[in-house]
Design a protein around this ligand. Sequence first.
Ligand code: F0G
Length: 431
Amino acid sequence: MRFQTHRPASWQACIACGNEVVETDPRPRCAVCGGLLELHHRPPAMTPVELIERFTERRGGSPGATASGVWRFREIVLPSADAVVSHPEGNTPLLHRIALDHWAGVDHLLFKHEGHNPTGSFKDRGMTVGVTQAKRIGAAAVACASTGNTSASLAAYASQAGLPALVLVPVEGVTSGKLAQSLAYGAKTLLVRGDFDDCQRVVEEASSHLGVYLLNSINPFRIEGQKTIVLELLQQLAWESPDWIVLPAGNLGNTAAFGKALREARQWGLISRLPRLAAVQAAGAAPFALSFAEGFAQRHRVKAETVATAIRIGNPASYERAVESITETNGVVLSTTDAELLEAKAAIDASGVGCEPASAASLAGLRQLVRTGVVKPSDRVVAVLTGHILKDPDLLLRYHQEMDPPPPGANRPIEIEADIREIERVLQHKT
Ligand code: F0G
């Protein structure tokens, strides 16, 4: 179907066949062809200047949804939402550390640190919108498959909304920090004997057969929320586009969201120039990088393996949307080995910024792009850090305490007797 005359404030459309459905349709995919759905909004009834003024007024406002770094942009996220389920979230910092400029080889590198969100990852931005939508359509329960962060976020927002939540995570590979969050926030947590791609397949089947609302990133409302990572960073840069935005890529929800945010920001006059996107995968889980290298001639699926469990994904769900994002922004897709990723993570951690392993793909990828001359040292770059350092404490402790021989950045703890002379000895390096 197509809306013929009067378009509502927002509606969903299939990215493959163009079929349009109302905003409140709960189905996760197009009912005609099974394609991914995308949300469309009527252009805001304001000039770009008025819109920017509205966003500025709300920044740092009183506690509640207005102060949210997602709902601040409600006119271009979900204009018709009224009762929103908000922590609030967003308002994450742009960080600069000279040591990391040097490490990457650029003059001025900013980190948009999404680990500063309430549950410690960018997923909260999509989840506030997704769970708000679940309430609007009267969902009885919500569900997702996850490598751990989506499930932690869904668990928190569902409990705030009073909705039962079902999360499916791979029995091997979800970090202790993330699993602990899902349990603590009260989600029914299923440890699936399989990998993330198995979890995704089975949760999609369950959502259509068992009538639970699917809140994986194929859900178009999640994408709307995740757009605000880009909108907020553009606002922090006074709506001056950087040259590059670099991000880790797994299931490709963020890559899809970033492209949509940039497309709309330009269309609605908020920015005049598109930054280039650089999506970075882990080498053992890089089907998107493989497709990019072939000019997106075909879609690849791989058996995924990487230390960065968050992006251990072999068959990314938002593939088609992400291809559009990379193509439209003249972007690039690359991959980085686990060794490079851990080296980048150690540099981020040692700078005091800290992040979870998958997040460090952005810095490792950026260094590669500088070394190959794709990014110039003078380019203005924003690298997105997607999750908090404490999401994966086990890997940190292995890296610093157990690996033999110790990696270059290892910081071994020293056990001592409760005696000041022992401390003195340590200070004098006589251990
Ligand atoms: N970084 C972190 C910390 C993540 O948790 C994820 C995805 C990504 C990057 C990749 O983002 O999927 O949009 O390309 N985590 C999902 C999850 C899959 O279930 O938590 P993407």
